[in-house]
Design a binder for this molecule. Structure first.
Ligand SMILES: CC(C)(COP(=O)(O)OP(=O)(O)OC[C@H]1O[C@@H](n2cnc3c(N)ncnc32)[C@H](O)[C@@H]1OP(=O)(O)O)[C@@H](O)C(=O)NCCC(=O)NCCS
Length: 208
């Protein structure tokens, strides 16, 4: 993919990545229910359904007005994120349904070795623990094999499902950033959650 190889330097007794880009995890991250993989043009149905929940286009570039071209452009943008060094966007592939049902993204923050996490799941398969699984897989990798020091997420205070997802994946609430998020023409506070590399191995995901 023409991505620069990471360099490392010791930090608090451990070598953390100092990368300007992120590589796709190899092998692909998976558990018994889902696999996190690259987006493909076969995933248009997933993008279309995601656009049917206004909460998703409000925070992402998922098109709210569906056209096949807009769906293809969304999928193209996801692959470009790795090439441009912005981060990684992975499709949440449900193994039994054999289709994409959501997204988890790992974006490089300006701060060295810090990853920003994003995620959504299409409405028809919510409340099955899929976001919790995907966030656990992605964040375990980032602060484990990925070699990053910190994974963080910014969440609107009233997004209870998202708070539950993060807690289930072992994130800790750190605090509140006032008027931090721009959503359309309005602004919202953000609650900041994080997982740190030092916590690897402490978190045991709940049985589903
Ligand atoms: C947030 C979101 C990703 C959750 O996806 P999901 O696959 O339904 O989440 P899970 O099934 O893993 O549920 C995780 C927890 O949230 C809880 N939950 C799910 N939907 C909920 C709801 N509508 N209200 C309250 N709690 C809810 C579940 O009970 C579960 O809690 P538990 O572990 O204590 O039992 C999904 O609702 C979504 O895509 N929302 C729109 C986009 C979004 O808000 N993304 C996050 C941006 S920070």
């Amino acid at each position: 993919m023409g991505i620069a190889r990471p360099s490392t330097r010791p930090l608090q007794g451990r070598a953390y990545r100092q990368v300007v880009t992120l590589d796709y995890p190899t092998p692909a991250l998976s558990d018994e229910v889902l696999r996190l993989r690259r987006w493909s043009l076969d995933d248009l149905d997933c993008v279309q359904e995601a656009g049917s929940d206004p909460a998703i286009p409000a925070h992402t570039t998922v098109p709210s007005l569906w056209t096949v071209d807009a769906g293809r452009a969304f999928i193209h943008r996801q692959g470009e994120r790795a090439k441009s060094g912005e981060g990684l966007s992975l499709a949440i592939h449900h193994l039994e349904l054999d289709r994409a049902v959501g997204l988890v993204s790992l974006m490089l923050r300006p701060q060295v070795s810090v990853i920003g996490l994003g995620y959504w799941v299409v409405p028809s398969v919510r409340h099955r623990g899929l976001a919790g699984r995907a966030v656990t897989l992605a964040s375990d990798w980032a602060i484990g094999a990925g070699g990053y020091a910190r994974v963080e997420a910014w969440v609107e205070p009233d997004n209870q499902p998202s708070h539950s997802v993060l807690r289930a994946a072992g994130f800790e609430l750190e605090g509140r950033l006032r008027s931090f998020l721009a959503i359309g023409d309005s602004r919202s506070d953000a609650l900041v959650y994080s997982r740190l590399a030092a916590s690897v191995g402490r978190h045991i995901p709940p049985a589903r």
